[in-house]
Design a protein around this ligand. Structure first.
Ligand code: PAF
Length: 284
C-alpha cells in the first residue's frame, strides 16, 4: 500500500481515503462518493479493528460481507480496496498507541473506555500506510470525526479531514452496520431516536436555548418507547465537546441508546437562529 501511495504521489495524483470496518451501506457509499470527486486515487480500507472494541462488545459478531463490499467498491470506482489482516496491523510485539486525552473522555468515551485510543491508533497507522491527501469521516460518529481532526492537527498529519453528512433511512434512522442486529419490532422502535432529535430542532426554532430543556424533552421522548434505554443525551460545544448550558453557537446534541442488545448513536448540530429583528447571532 505504501508503494502504491508513493507512486501515486510521485505522479502528482491526489489520494483520497475512506477508512471503514466493512459491511458497507449507503452511508459509507456517500463518503466514498465525496472522496471520489476530490481525488485521482481513491483508497477504501476494510478492517474490523479489534482494539477499538471493549471486552464483551461485538467484535466477533460485527457483520462482515467481503464479497458484497468488493462489488460495491467496484461500482463506485474505488481504485484500491485495502484489507489488512489483524497480524499485519498488530503483530505480537505491537506496543505503541495514539491517545487523545480530552475530547475522548465524554460521550461515547465515558461508556467505552479505550475505544477512541483504538480508533486513533488504527487511523494513524492507516494514514501512514495510505498517505492520503484527504480522508472522509461520517458525521454520524461526530465525536470520532472531531477526535480525528484533532489528532491530525496535533500530530501534524498532512491530511485534510472532510466530514460527510449523516445518511438516513426513509423513516429517519441513521444508517449503521449495527442496524442489522435489530429485530423487526426494535427496528420500528429505533425511529424514536431521529424523532427525538427532530423534536429538539423544533424546540430550537420555537426559541428554546436552554440545553437542559432540550435534553429533558429528548429523554422524555426516548423514554416513552419500550425497550429503549438511554445511555446519554448530551449537549456539547461542536468543537470542544464540552457541555454547554445554552445554545449560543453550534451545539452538538448527541444521543446514545440501547434497544435490546443493540447500541445506536445519532446526533444533530443545533444552531441559534437569527434574532427576528435581524440582530444577534446568525448561523446559516
Ligand atoms: O468509523 C469506523 O468505521 C471506524 O471507527 C474506523 C474509522 C474505520 C476506524 O476503525
Amino acid at each position: 500500500m505504501q508503494a502504491i501511495a508513493r507512486r501515486s504521489r510521485a505522479a502528482g495524483r491526489r489520494i483520497g481515503f475512506v477508512p471503514t470496518m466493512g459491511f458497507l451501506h449507503e452511508g459509507h457509499l456517500s463518503l466514498i462518493r465525496i472522496a471520489r470527486r476530490r481525488c485521482e486515487l481513491l483508497v477504501v480500507s476494510i478492517f474490523v479493528n479489534p482494539i477499538q472494541f471493549g471486552p464483551g462488545e461485538d467484535f466477533t459478531d460485527y457483520p462482515r460481507d467481503r464479497d458484497r463490499d468488493k462489488l460495491l467498491c467496484r461500482r463506485e470506482n474505488v481504485d484500491v480496496l485495502f484489507c489488512p489482516s489483524n497480524d499485519e496491523m498488530y503483530p505480537e510485539d505491537h506496543t505503541v498507541y495514539v491517545d487523545e486525552t480530552v475530547l475522548s473522555r465524554g460521550l461515547c468515551g465515558a461508556s467505552r473506555p479505550g475505544h477512541f485510543r483504538g480508533v486513533t491508533t488504527v487511523v494513524a497507522k492507516l494514514f501512514n500506510t495510505v498517505q492520503p491527501h484527504l480522508a472522509v469521516f461520517g458525521q454520524k460518529d461526530a465525536q470520532q470525526a472531531r477526535i480525528i481532526e484533532k489528532m491530525a492537527a496535533d500530530l501534524d498529519f498532512p491530511v485534510r479531514i472532510v466530514r460527510g453528512p449523516i445518511v438516513r433511512e426513509s423513516d429517519g434512522l441513521a444508517m449503521s452496520s449495527r442496524n442489522k442486529y435489530l429485530s423487526r419490532e426494535d427496528r420500528a422502535r429505533a425511529t424514536v431516536v431521529f424523532k427525538s432529535l427532530r423534536l429538539a430542532k423544533s424546540l430550537l426554532s420555537q426559541g428554546t436555548r436552554q440545553t437542559s430543556v432540550v435534553r429533558r424533552a429528548v429523554r422524555e421522548a426516548l423514554g416513552a418507547t419500550p425497550r429503549v434505554e438511554v445511555e446519554y443525551v448530551a449537549t456539547v460545544d461542536d468543537r470542544t465537546l464540552k457541555p454547554v448550558t445554552r445554545v449560543a453557537g453550534p451545539t452538538l446534541l448527541a444521543v446514545a441508546v440501547r434497544i435490546g442488545g443493540t447500541r445506536l448513536i445519532d446526533n444533530v448540530v443545533l444552531r441559534p437562529r437569527s434574532a427576528p429583528s435581524g440582530r444577534g447571532a446568525s448561523y446559516a
